[in-house]
Write a protein that binds this ligand. Structure first.
Ligand code: ADP
Ligand code: MG
Length: 267
């Protein structure tokens, strides 16, 4: 068993006055790959954002410890400096800023004590570009501007490689990707996985997990983790749908109705 990395206990989170996470528990060790699967609107991105300290996501109860430290007392920058990284579900465009400059700024913000100059950083970046087999010309384009869905996600993985996090959260890194892009992005994540990093794969579909094998699969419904298991749990979700599985998991009538509404299936 690896070193304890993240411990979430009875986490309650409100967004715009509405409770989204309602007593979520989750523990991640170094070296683990955890998949968090859940219907649309179940709070997967909310969990990702609250871990990185995004404003507007109010923790109303519970605790989050990262390497033994209370994360809730740290600002977003401090969390990033300590090795928490989020690959966004919807990466944003940054017109006028090249990928290389964007990544160097992000790198130097985290390594304020040993920043890299332009030349140094280019060499460091080239290693990562080669490792991930990303076309070199991508790094001189403006961040995400005119990027295909696949290029955006590859750029997120490149950012992960550059920042070298200890806890990497990937929010629906598979969404909107065709099969070739999915394989490419998955291969990148697999190269960056290892004993020193804990990975949280947030996904709606089992498909991604054919390429990145999780150590544990969790189901997030009704604002909490309602079931955890192995890969077979992901296969069951694929076969029966969230609504099908929800019936067996002791959700309230109201929660079942919510799953039904978002998944468009009769519970
Ligand atoms: P998921 O990622 O699982 O699809 P989200 O975490 O994005 O779910 O959303 C969970 C719920 O919180 C949804 O009902 C969504 O509408 C609401 N929500 C999330 N972010 C915001 C926000 N910034 N403002 C208002 N509601 C939000
Ligand atoms: Mg989401």
């Amino acid at each position: 068993m690896g070193e304890k990395l993240l411990q979430i206990e009875n986490l309650h989170v409100e967004v715009e006055g509405r409770e989204i996470l309602k007593g979520l528990n989750l523990e991640i060790d170094k070296g683990d790959i955890h998949a968090i699967m859940g219907p649309n609107g179940s709070g997967k991105s909310t969990l990702a954002y609250v871990l990185t300290g995004r404003p507007g996501y109010e923790v109303t109860g519970g605790k989050i410890e990262y390497k033994g430290e209370n994360v809730l007392e740290l600002g977003p920058d401090e969390r990033a400096q300590r090795g928490i990284f989020l690959a966004f579900q919807y990466p944003t465009e940054v017109p006028g800023v090249s990928v290389v400059n964007f990544l160097r700024t992000a790198y130097n913000a985290i390594h304020a004590d040993s920043p890299k100059g332009a030349m140094d950083f280019r060499m460091y970046l080239q290693e990562k570009v080669d490792l991930l087999e990303i076309p070199t010309e991508l790094v001189d384009r403006y961040v995400n501007q005119g990027f295909s869905g696949g290029e955006k996600k590859r750029n997120e993985i490149l950012q992960m490689a550059v920042l070298n996090p200890e806890l990497a959260i990937m929010d629906e890194t598979d969404s909107g990707l065709d099969i070739d892009a999915l394989k490419h992005v998955s291969a990148g994540v697999n190269k960056l996985a290892g004993p020193d990093v804990g990975i949280v794969l947030i996904t709606h579909y089992q498909r991604l997990l054919n390429y990145i094998r999780p150590s544990v699969v969790h189901v997030l419904m009704g604002g909490r983790i309602v079931e955890s298991g192995g890969f077979e749990l992901a296969e069951r979700l694929e076969a029966e749908g969230y609504a099908g599985v929800a019936k067996d998991l002791g959700l309230s009538a109201e929660e079942l109705a919510e799953v039904e509404a978002t998944e468009g299936a009769k519970v």
